[in-house]
Ligand binder design. Structure first.
Ligand code: PHE
Length: 341
């Protein structure tokens, strides 16, 4: 019996040494250590042995069992390590290679400029008031003092829908009425940024869609001085404290008096250059005192209230600031353009 145990041990050990994969190891376990193996059967049958042999054989059988179990565990561990090393070798990578650059997105140049404008007016106490891009003739024109056949409509042709009342807004000014309707009877200080649409020949200078930022202040005792101060302060915060600002008489049906706001050219400081077309000045905004009819249309009594409004095209300012030669670049989605900012 003892000899038999020795043989079991040496055979099992030899077989184990030859093993090099987990399937074979599992099979080996089935033959040498599982319940029905020779060794386990002998251990189970110990009770059938004559008393005087039992202790010695039992001791030896348990020794063999422990030895085989230990050898099995060691082999299992060795196989695991070998597999790990194999996969490390096969999938080796060079940690000294430079990393792949992460493609970082960024904001569109007009978004950046728009946010600066919003931030400047926010500091002056203006809140952003969102207003719709799809408007009615009533809001886009009539409430702003453009009656149906008014010649001022010539400047702002738009895109109409199959419903003759519904159109794409040509400017952010209808938002003035919407803001007054939403905020009356309180004083108002809002800016209305957003997209506008005009039916125009597309060229380097004009697009059929473009951004505007409208401003509206309504209160008691608001005067032209407030408008001028606001425009001058804005121009200086946006384009530099040394900026000069001038106001020229102009015409809009919804403001009276109306002005164009110019600042001295940021490229030549007023000396005259290609960008300012040798005038020394750049137009930055239309503006004026809110027309009494418009105040009334918005629900404010013009005998008690007054206000100013302005409307600027931030893309124009961006064009000027960066010397962009074609307004069509903005929505062309050409990365060569966008990545410059
Ligand atoms: N809505 C005018 C335009 O698009 C600009 C403007 C706004 C003028 C507010 C005066 C007051 O041309």
């Amino acid at each position: 019996m003892l000899e038999q145990l020795d043989r079991i041990q040496s055979e099992a050990t030899a077989a184990l040494e030859a093993i090099s994969d987990p399937d074979a190891l599992r099979a080996w376990y089935g033959v040498h250590l599982a319940k029905k193996s020779r060794l386990m059967t002998m251990l189970g049958d110990l009770g059938k042995l004559p008393k005087e042999q039992r202790a010695e054989i039992g001791k030896r059988a348990n020794e063999v069992k422990r030895a085989l179990e230990a050898a099995y565990a060691a082999k299992e561990e060795a196989l695991r390590r070998a597999a790990l090393e194999r996969s490390l070798a096969a999938e080796a990578y060079d940690v000294t290679l430079p990393g792949r650059p992460v493609q970082a997105g960024r904001l569109h140049v007009t978004t950046v400029e728009m946010r600066r404008i919003v931030a400047i007016f926010a500091e002056m106490g203006f809140q952003v008031f969102r207003s719709r891009e799809v408007e009615s003739d009533w809001y886009n024109f009539q409430l702003l003092n453009f009656p149906p056949d008014h010649p001022a409509r010539e400047m702002q042709d738009t895109f109409y829908t199959t419903n003759p009342e519904v159109l794409l807004r040509t400017h952010t000014s209808p938002g003035q009425i919407r803001a007054m309707e939403a905020l009356r009877p309180d004083p108002i200080r809002v800016i209305l940024p957003g997209m506008c649409y005009r039916y125009e020949q597309i060229s380097a200078r004009s697009e059929i869609m473009f951004l505007q930022v409208e401003g509206l202040a309504v209160g008691h005792h608001i005067t032209m001085t407030d408008l001028k101060g606001t425009m001058i302060d804005f121009a200086r915060r946006m384009y530099g404290q040394e900026r000069q600002v001038r106001f020229r008489a102009s015409y809009f049906p919804f403001t009276e008096p109306s002005v164009e706001v110019d600042m001295d050219c940021i490229l030549c400081n007023g000396a005259g250059c290609r960008m300012c077309r040798y005038s020394g000045w750049l137009e930055i905004s239309g503006a004026g005192m809110v027309h009494p009819t418009v105040l009334r249309n918005g629900g404010y009594d013009p005998d008690e209230w007054s206000g100013f409004a302005f409307g600027m095209g931030p893309q124009r300012a961006t064009i000027l600031k960066y010397g962009i030669d074609d307004i069509r670049h903005f929505w062309a989605n050409d990365l060569r353009f966008l990545e410059q900012f």
